[in-house]
Design a protein around this ligand. Structure first.
Ligand SMILES: C[S@@+](CC[C@H](N)C(=O)[O-])C[C@H]1O[C@@H](n2cnc3c(N)ncnc32)[C@H](O)[C@@H]1O
Length: 245
């Protein structure tokens, strides 16, 4: 899988993804990452990437020609690869684990980071396949959203995480929140570790963890619970959790 980011701040993408899980995956060549600056595809001596909005109003708008040419270059560089072009935008569909799981199947994801008031709408209509949002708030540029997408997808790629099971147990992977985690000390000023986790009984541990995940999801995210289909065993565990509460 490869990521190509269209951005006025390429260093922000290359530097920001150079750490931890993503940094290692890039270093090992499991994922590819390039950043393309629209400024390199301008045709005037001032390398202009933005202009005033038609109709007046505050701020500047990103011109479509440098963006179109940057996307073209990213595609030509990987001409045999099936690609998807995504504009990171507060007006897009909300990024979820499910959306990212589907996106992790694409060979090349071209992420377009906007700046200023945004991008000329004609570019979004003609070139972008989808618009994705971090949430119902506005940040100053799409770079942080692109970094979030790159990180979240990279950890889903087989072989990237040390333990294959790790991503599978994460929140949202099966419609539930993750179970609580504990580590040493067994007992301390903040309390003790639930006894079952020290029992060595793996069946009982799995059962406790599932019960906590179900209970926690029901308490914190009833919206997820409404759409999650529970097995008879899960129903019973959730009932048990509620009784214990
Ligand atoms: C200041 S914002 C422009 C916001 C735009 N005027 C609006 O209200 O829809 C500049 C850029 O930041 C990015 N951005 C802002 N909020 C975002 C969000 N919630 N999710 C993803 N990208 C976002 C987009 O790429 C956008 O083009």
């Amino acid at each position: 899988m490869r990521f190509d980011v269209i951005t006025l701040f390429p260093e922000m993408i290359l530097e920001g993804s150079g750490y931890g899980v993503t940094g290692k995956a890039i270093e090992q060549g499991v994922v590819g990452l390039s950043a393309w600056n629209p400024r390199d595809y301008t045709c005037d001596k001032h390398r202009t990437v933005d202009d005033r909005p038609y109709g007046g109003g505050p701020g500047m708008v990103m011109k479509y020609q440098p963006l179109c040419d940057a996307v073209k270059a990213a595609k030509i560089n990987n001409r045999n690869t099936a690609s998807k072009v995504v504009y990171l935008s507060p007006q897009g569909k909300q990024i979820t684990q499910q959306l990212l799981l589907e996106a992790s199947q694409v060979s090349q994801l071209i992420l377009v980071a906007g700046r200023y008031e945004g991008i000329d709408e004609r570019f979004i209509d003609a070139v972008c396949d989808e618009e994705w949002s971090l949430g119902d708030y506005v940040i100053s540029g799409g770079e942080l959203a692109a970094l979030v997408v790159i990180d979240a997808i990279t950890r889903l790629i087989p072989g990237v995480l040390g333990d294959e099971e790790s991503a599978k147990q994460d929140s949202y992977m099966d419609g539930l929140l993750d179970t609580p985690h504990f580590t040493r000390p067994e007992q301390g000023e903040l309390g003790s570790v639930p006894g079952v986790l020290l029992s060595g009984n793996h069946k009982a541990i799995d059962c406790w963890r599932l019960k906590q995940a179900l209970g926690r999801t029901a308490l914190r995210r009833p919206d997820l619970m409404k759409v999650k289909k529970l097995s008879t065993e899960q129903e019973a565990l959730l009932k048990e959790f509620r009784n214990e509460e």
